[in-house]
Design a protein around this ligand. Structure first.
Ligand SMILES: [Zn+2]
Length: 315
């Protein structure tokens, strides 16, 4: 099989669609962005097809470049249906068959967290690690699990969806927390408490103050404010308990944080100590690192997903 000259990656976000074309050595050779049509499915498909055809014309790629697409939320890799997507026109619809019919090339869908993890495992914070868990704490909470620089997706592409594990009932009870609803339809999923959105909900619950950013809250925490310390104390304990379960389930060599909360410095100095009480005694906490690419690596990670799938297809 002839190795493609380029691998395309698309980061399909709630506000913009970004395409990058990487060559065989993973250098980005082309980049283009357009706004995301979030309410009109046909306009969304037209925008995606237009981006890819534009790259084809600019690069004169032969054979057609394999494409990876990172989409927010869960994509069922068996049916292609989107679950919990934050692009309303995509919910319950399928992109793969429509794009494959128009674009005539291998296309792989993954979620944005999986693409983030792949990007960090190739030239990023976890470059060359035997295994790594790329964990996003943003609007939601998700992850990608990468072993030997290959994404482990599982049967439905749902491996790493730790954000929808239930919060330990003893922690709900200890902190007298409300049963928060999750976009997945259940209650008390971890992401409702430990994501960036969750952190703001904890602050609203304990201190009655809405609409404060995680950054503002972190500044108050570092200044020694009691209310902010209370919120971050609970947040660290809940997140520590979650990471302890991740260590027991995946035992990654490294954990790389992404999303908005990855910019909070105290997570790199205080989170490991918050994991330890929830672990089996004697079991170590893997290094918890800030991202090298962060959100900017999403499209690059999607191109890596296309490359991984393309290599799997080779005889
Ligand atoms: Zn959930």
């Amino acid at each position: 099989m002839h190795t493609p000259d380029y691998f395309y990656g698309i980061d399909l976000g709630g506000t913009k669609i970004e395409l990058v074309a990487c060559d065989a050595s993973l250098q980005v050779r082309y980049r283009q962005r357009v706004p995301t049509p979030t309410q009109d499915y046909d306009a969304l498909v037209r925008a995606l097809v237009g981006l890819i055809q534009g790259a084809d014309a600019a690069l004169t790629a032969r054979p057609p470049a394999p494409l990876g697409i990172g989409v927010p939320g869960i994509v069922d890799s068996m049916t292609g249906a989107h679950l919990c997507a934050n692009i309303p026109c995509l919910t319950g619809r399928e992109l793969l068959p429509v794009l494959r019919a128009q674009l005539k090339r291998p296309i792989t869908l993954g979620n944005d967290c999986q693409c983030f993890a792949l990007s960090e495992a190739h030239g990023g914070a976890a470059d060359g690690a035997p295994s790594m868990f790329g964990l996003i704490l943003g609007t939601g909470a998700g992850a990608g699990y990468v072993v030997d620089q290959r994404l482990v997706r599982g049967r439905h592409g749902a491996a790493g969806e730790w954000g929808h594990w239930p919060l330990d009932p003893s922690l709900l009870h200890r902190y007298e927390l409300p049963l928060l609803p999750c976009p997945c339809g259940r209650h008390a999923c971890l992401e409702s408490y430990v994501s960036g959105t969750g952190l703001r909900r904890l602050h609203a619950h304990f201190n009655g103050e809405e609409n404060i950013s995680a950054e503002q809250l972190a500044i108050r925490y570092r200044a020694g404010e009691v209310q902010a310390a209370r919120v971050f104390g609970v947040h660290l304990d809940l997140l520590g308990a979650a990471l302890a379960r991740i260590v027991l389930a995946y035992d990654p060599h490294l954990i790389v944080l992404g999303g908005g909360l990855s910019q909070l410095p105290h997570l790199y100095t205080e989170l490991a100590a918050a994991v330890r009480p929830h672990l089996i005694p004697g079991l170590g906490v893997p290094p918890i690192l800030p991202p090298a690419f962060g959100d900017a690596g999403g499209a690059r990670g999607a191109a890596l997903l296309a490359r991984q799938t393309s290599h799997q297809l080779e005889p």
